[in-house]
Design a binder for this molecule. Structure first.
Ligand code: DC
Length: 235
């Protein structure tokens, strides 16, 4: 049986960044469960915008239109037993934001400065009351630079491609080599964009998970969080 948690008085924020496929979202969700915190998947917000723009036929180059619609859409992240639901203007788009069509183009919308600024504002509001585990690319550097615990999760391209390959359904036919190429391409787009590129914060703890099981990663992060909650300071 889990021991009662006596460290909840001091609430903290936890930032988890890293490249695509490093396992951030599974880990962040489990860490949030263990701490009874709220999990915020910021990638799903960029995906929700992308889904909307594709539906409206608004291309990434049409920056003014992208911004106009982004400022007027309502994105809701709803925690649930089987993961986080994503709603756009009340419509459940959880399934649609993970399709190959969205995967292939989301990085291009995520480069738009005004769109990023708006997302950062929304994400900061979600974390105002603390008790949030937020994952993304720029959380420790830009969104929550004061987060008490910052983790930068990595794994080799080969390992990330293999993990993704093992999760594929029969319908999603591709090769391991193709996945490696896709992941390497997304890494370079995320690392090289001008606004808030993927970068490890100077004060983040780097966790290379290539040879770690998911529960080891979660335990390690939860222990950093407990320490920060106990000490009332950043680790
Ligand atoms: O984590 P993900 O694969 O769901 O992210 C989707 C895209 O959004 C990916 O291209 C990176 C981008 N992203 C970002 O630029 N900043 C974030 N905080 C989260 C995701």
């Amino acid at each position: 049986m889990d021991r009662p948690d006596t460290t909840q008085q001091y609430r903290i924020n936890i930032a988890i960044d890293g490249p695509a496929g490093a396992g951030k979202s599974s880990v962040a969700r489990l860490v949030a469960n263990q701490l009874s915190y709220i999990y915020v998947d910021t990638g799903s917000m960029y995906r929700a915008v992308t889904w909307y723009m594709l539906k409206q036929g608004i291309e990434p180059e049409m920056v003014d239109e992208v911004l106009h619609h982004t400022l007027n859409m309502v994105i809701e992240l709803i925690p649930g037993v089987d993961g986080q639901k994503v709603l756009v203007d009340g419509e459940d788009v959880t399934y649609y934001i993970r399709t190959n069509q969205v995967n292939g183009i989301v990085s291009r919308y995520a480069q738009i400065e005004g769109l990023r600024n708006h997302m950062v504002q929304l994400q900061r509001q979600m974390a105002l009351r603390k008790g949030v585990v937020m994952d993304g690319r720029d959380i420790g550097t830009t969104v929550l630079p004061d987060a008490e615990v910052k983790i930068f999760m990595t794994a080799t391209v080969k390992e990330r491609a293999l993990r993704r390959f093992n999760e594929l359904s029969e319908a999603e036919q591709t090769t391991l080599q193709q996945l490696e190429r896709d992941i390497a391409q997304r890494d370079s787009l995320d690392e090289q964009r001008e606004i808030s590129p993927l970068r490890c914060a100077d004060d983040a703890i780097v966790l290379d998970t290539t040879h770690m099981e998911i529960n080891q990663v979660v335990d390690r992060i939860v222990s950093y969080c407990r320490r920060s909650q106990r000490d009332g300071e950043s680790v």
